[in-house]
Write a protein that binds this ligand. Structure first.
Ligand SMILES: C[S@@+](CC[C@H](N)C(=O)[O-])C[C@H]1O[C@@H](n2cnc3c(N)ncnc32)[C@H](O)[C@@H]1O
Length: 223
C-alpha cells in the first residue's frame, strides 16, 4: 500500500448521483451508489441497529469522510450522540475533499466548511462542539489497534481483501473484537466466506444480511 500510495485518485459519479474516488482498480465506495452503500451498511445495519442514545464508533478507513458525515447528520437531527474515532494512515487532501463535495450531495452544504476543517486539521485531537458529535482522526494502522472494550461499533471500511489481504486476517479481527464492548457490532460491505470464517475464528457471531443495491450480501459480526 505505501509504495502504491502516490497513484492518482480519480473522481467518479456513482449510480445514486453521489461522488467517490477510484484508485486503480479500487473504489472508495460502491459504484452502484456511494451514499446508498454507506447508509445501508454502516448507518442502518451498524449505528442505528444498536438503538442506543450514545454510541462510541471506531471507523477503520476514514477515506473521503462519507460515513463520518452520515453519522454527524444523524447527531445534528437529534437522534443520538456519538464519539467517533477514525483511523486513516493515508488522509486525503483538502482539494480532493472539495471536489468530492459530499455535503452538496447530502443536501447539507452548510456542513462543508466544518467538515473540511475537522478532516484536515490536527490528528489525534478530539474536535468538540459539533452538535452531538465528537470526532478524532488518527494515522493509526488497524494492525496496531490496541483498545479494550472502548467501542460499540466498528465501521470496517478497508479496501477489499483481494487488494489488502493483510487487513482481513484473524489477528486484525481479534484486535477489533477486543476493542468492542460485549454486544458490540462490526459491520462491513464485504461478504466473502474467508472473511466470515476469520471473524468467527476471532470470536464473533456473524450474520449475513442483504447487501446494498448491487451487492447480494454484507456482514454484521456481533461480540
Ligand atoms: C474503502 S476506503 C474507505 C472509505 C471511507 N470510509 C469513506 O467513506 O470514504 C479504505 C480506506 O482505508 C484506508 N486504509 C488503508 N490501509 C489502512 C490501514 N492499514 N489501517 C486503516 N486504514 C487503512 C485507505 O487509505 C482508505 O482511505
Amino acid at each position: 500500500m505505501n509504495a502504491e500510495h502516490s497513484r492518482a485518485r480519480v473522481l467518479v459519479r456513482t449510480a445514486d448521483g453521489s461522488r467517490t474516488l477510484s484508485w486503480g482498480a479500487e473504489h472508495y465506495h460502491s459504484i452502484h451508489g456511494a451514499v446508498q452503500e454507506s447508509t445501508h451498511v454502516f448507518i442502518k445495519a451498524g449505528l442505528e441497529h444498536l438503538g442506543k442514545p450514545h454510541v462510541d464508533v471506531l471507523e477503520v478507513g476514514l477515506g473521503t469522510g462519507l460515513n463520518l458525515l452520515l453519522t454527524w447528520i444523524r447527531c445534528l437531527e437529534g437522534k443520538l450522540t456519538v464519539a467517533y474515532h477514525a483511523f486513516e494512515p493515508f488522509p486525503l487532501e483538502a482539494d480532493q475533499l472539495n471536489a468530492l463535495a459530499h455535503c452538496e450531495d447530502l443536501a447539507w452544504p452548510g456542513l462543508h466548511e466544518p467538515f473540511l476543517d475537522v478532516m484536515t486539521s490536527a490528528a489525534d485531537t478530539w474536535h468538540e462542539g459539533m452538535g452531538g458529535l465528537r470526532f478524532k482522526r488518527s494515522p493509526t494502522d488497524v494492525r496496531r489497534l490496541d483498545a479494550d472494550q472502548e467501542f460499540d461499533v466498528v465501521y470496517f471500511d478497508a479496501f477489499a481483501p483481494n487488494h489488502q489481504p493483510e487487513l482481513w486476517t484473524v489477528e486484525v479481527f481479534e484486535r477489533m473484537h477486543r476493542a468492542l464492548r460485549p454486544g458490540g457490532l462490526l459491520v462491513t460491505y464485504c461478504a466473502k466466506g474467508d472473511v466470515r470464517r476469520a471473524m468467527i475464528s476471532a470470536g464473533f457471531a456473524v450474520e449475513r444480511l442483504p447487501g446494498p443495491p448491487g451487492k447480494r450480501e454484507m456482514l454484521r459480526a456481533v461480540k
